[in-house]
Design a protein around this ligand. Structure first.
Ligand code: MG
Length: 157
């Protein structure tokens, strides 16, 4: 067994699409960035890569490379899991926390779990997505940004 952790944060911008765990959330602002800025998926990919000691998404998909401009993070996640699998690992489970003041994410959590499980081809019971606020404190509380953490267990087989 190998454990890995990931963290990501993005600035929120008016008029940007809000795509979290591959699910579009109706909202007049969204995470800003080079790719689709899907912070929870970026944290998840870094947790997977960390567990396998294979670097991070900045190394795999550098933002200086035009190929990853506005990249669909679900597609990047599939590429990361292909690499993980090629190194002999399978996903035990993943636990993701999204830190955002608004909008409320509870109506979308099950779709987010299904979206990740579908991309990875694993049972939904292996994927946990949680959301929390920071009680209006800090950059995740005042509407400046979104953050996400992820913990992953990989099984070597
Ligand atoms: Mg990111």
């Amino acid at each position: 067994m190998r454990i890995g952790s990931g963290y990501d944060a993005h600035r929120l911008k008016k008029g940007r699409k809000c795509v979290l765990c591959g699910v579009e959330i109706p909202c007049d602002f969204g995470p800003d960035g080079h790719s689709d800025a899907d912070a929870p998926l970026h944290a998840l990919m870094d947790a997977m890569l960390g567990a396998a000691a294979l670097g991070d998404i900045g190394k795999l998909f550098p933002d200086t490379d035009g190929r990853w401009h506005m990249a669909d993070s679900l597609e990047l996640l599939k590429k990361v899991y292909e690499l993980i699998s090629a190194n002999g690992y399978t996903l035990g489970n993943a636990d993701i926390t999204i830190i955002l003041q608004s909008p409320r994410l509870s109506p979308y959590i099950e779709r987010m779990r299904a979206s990740i499980a579908g991309a990875l081809g694993v049972e939904i019971s292996r994927i946990s997505v949680k959301a929390t606020t920071t009680e209006k404190m800090g950059f995740t509380g005042d509407g400046t940004g979104i953050a996400s953490t992820a913990v992953v267990l990989l099984l070597y087989c």
